[in-house]
Design a protein around this ligand. Structure first.
Ligand SMILES: Nc1nc2c(c(=O)[nH]1)N(C=O)[C@@H](CNc1ccc(C(=O)N[C@@H](CCC(=O)O)C(=O)O)cc1)CN2
Ligand SMILES: Nc1ncnc2c1ncn2[C@@H]1O[C@H](COP(=O)(O)OP(=O)(O)OP(=O)(O)O)[C@@H](O)[C@H]1O
Length: 188
C-alpha cells in the first residue's frame, strides 16, 4: 500500500471510531481535554490563541472560548485559512465542509500576534506528526514563514495517539499533543 492509501485507510478507521463515541463519552473526554489545556503553561501564557469549531465528533473546545484570551478561528478560502478574531455571542456562519466560521468582516489576526495554535487532528503520533482530513490546510499554513515558529498543540482523544504515523516532507511537527489523558511535549 502506498502512503496515500495508508493515510486514507487510517483516516476512515479513526473517524469511524470517533463517530461511535456516545454523546456523553464525547462530552466527558472533551471536558478533560479542556482541563488539561487550561493547566498547561503554553495555554496559560498565551494571549492570542487560534482554535477550531468541532465537526464529526472532534474534541469540543467550546468551554475554553469564554476563558480570558483573544480567540481566533479560521475561514477556509480556496486552499488557505484566514484567521479572524471571535468572542462568544458574536455571529457565526456555516462555511465550507459545514464548519462554523466567523464573519468575513471580523478583524483579521496577523501571525505576529499569535501565541498558540490548537490544531484539530484525526490522529497524532509520539513524534509530533499529525494526520488530518487530507486538505493540507494546516500543512500549508505551517510551512509559510510567518506561521512556522508559532507553538502548536494537536488536539485528539487518547485512542487516536499512535506510535508512528506515515508522514511526508511537508509535515511539520507539533510542539505538543493534548489528549483526554495528558499533554505530551514533543522533543525535537
Ligand atoms: N473543525 C475543524 N475545522 C477545520 C479543519 C479541521 O480539521 N477541523 N481543517 C483542517 O484542515 C480545515 C478544514 N479542512 C478540511 C479538509 C477536508 C475536509 C473533507 O471533508 N474532506 C473530504 C475528502 C476530500 C478529499 O479526500 O479530497 C472528506 O473527508 O470527505 C474537511 C475539512 C479548517 N477547519
Ligand atoms: N506545503 C505545502 N505546499 C503545497 N501543497 C501542500 C503542502 N502541504 C500539503 N500539501 C498538499 O495537501 C495535500 C494534503 O496533505 P496531507 O494528506 O498531509 O493533509 P492532512 O495533514 O491530512 O490534512 P489537513 O491539514 O487538511 O488536516 C497533499 O496531497 C499535498 O499535495
Amino acid at each position: 500500500m502506498n502512503i496515500k492509501e495508508k493515510k486514507k485507510q487510517l483516516r476512515t478507521e479513526i473517524i469511524t471510531k470517533r463517530a461511535s463515541l456516545s454523546a456523553t463519552d464525547w462530552q466527558e473526554k472533551s471536558k478533560k481535554i479542556c482541563k488539561n489545556l487550561e493547566n498547561h503553561l503554553l495555554f496559560q501564557e498565551a494571549k492570542t490563541i487560534l482554535a477550531y469549531f468541532s465537526i464529526r465528533q472532534e474534541p469540543d473546545l467550546t468551554t475554553l472560548f469564554s476563558t480570558n484570551h483573544n480567540w481566533g478561528f479560521p475561514r477556509c478560502v480556496n486552499k488557505s485559512l484566514i484567521w479572524h478574531s471571535w468572542q462568544p455571542k458574536e455571529p457565526l456562519l456555516t462555511g465550507k465542509y459545514g464548519i462554523l466560521e466567523p464573519s468575513p468582516n471580523a478583524p483579521v489576526i496577523k501571525p505576529e500576534n499569535v501565541d498558540l495554535i490548537l490544531i484539530p487532528a484525526v490522529a497524532c503520533d509520539y513524534n509530533g506528526y499529525r494526520l488530518g482530513y487530507g486538505g493540507g490546510f494546516y500543512d500549508r499554513l505551517l510551512n509559510s514563514p510567518q506561521w512556522h515558529s508559532i507553538p502548536t498543540i494537536g488536539i485528539i482523544f487518547e485512542f487516536a495517539l499512535f506510535s508512528q504515523l506515515p508522514y511526508e516532507h511537508w509535515d511539520q511537527k507539533l510542539k505538543a499533543i493534548c489528549t483526554d489523558k495528558d499533554v505530551l511535549s514533543i522533543y525535537t
